[in-house]
Ligand binder design. Structure first.
Ligand code: PNS
Length: 164
């Protein structure tokens, strides 16, 4: 059985992430989408919220499951008996950053990283940019699953109310 882990912050999941996840799911028997916990970064959504969004958004993919992990990604891959990490590549900037991590992960553990070139429809998309645009009232509805979009607008309104 072939398995891969698709790691990320997913704060929140975008249509670009889902494109990569569904294409990975077509190549592997099992794909684990893992929310990597970074305690030094306050996300817009909690890890549990991100997991629920991912579960909802991937419910049509029977060979995908969602988890979270705090620590080295390769330790998680080893624990799960998985030998491949799958990442999406939007362009040259991603490549520079991702290549270094892929080589480090390979050196640490022997776990290899496989890159999926992002569908050009989504090559400009990132969770950070979507949040920034939405915070200033820009339209991001077609960049996220509908439910995630609604949750994003709700959270932005909550945060704005906290500040006022
Ligand atoms: O969605 P992101 O924020 O671009 O994802 C980056 C992430 C979380 C996948 C990466 O930072 C990571 O794997 N972090 C886990 C800790 C780790 O293993 N660090 C060593 C990487 S060589």
């Amino acid at each position: 059985m072939t398995g891969a882990v698709c790691p990320g912050s997913f704060d929140p999941v975008t249509n670009g992430h889902l494109d990569v996840i569904s294409r990975a799911a077509a190549q592997f028997d099992e794909v684990i989408v893992t929310v990597m916990i970074n305690k030094s970064k306050r996300g817009l959504f909690s890890v549990d919220e991100r997991i629920r969004m991912l579960e909802d958004s991937t419910s049509d993919l029977p060979n995908v499951r969602v988890s979270s992990w705090h620590g080295l990604l390769v330790d998680y891959a080893k624990q799960e008996g998985i030998t491949a990490i799958v990442k999406g590549l939007r362009g040259a900037n991603d490549f520079d950053y991702e290549l270094q991590m892929a080589q480090m992960n390979q050196k640490l553990s022997g776990v290899d990283t496989l890159f999926i070139p992002t569908n050009p429809t989504y090559s400009y998309l990132s969770s950070s940019l979507v949040k920034e645009v939405a915070q200033f009232g820009g339209e991001v509805a077609d960049m996220l699953p509908a439910k995630v979009h609604a949750q994003l607008l709700e959270r932005i309104a909550e945060r704005a109310a906290e500040k006022s």
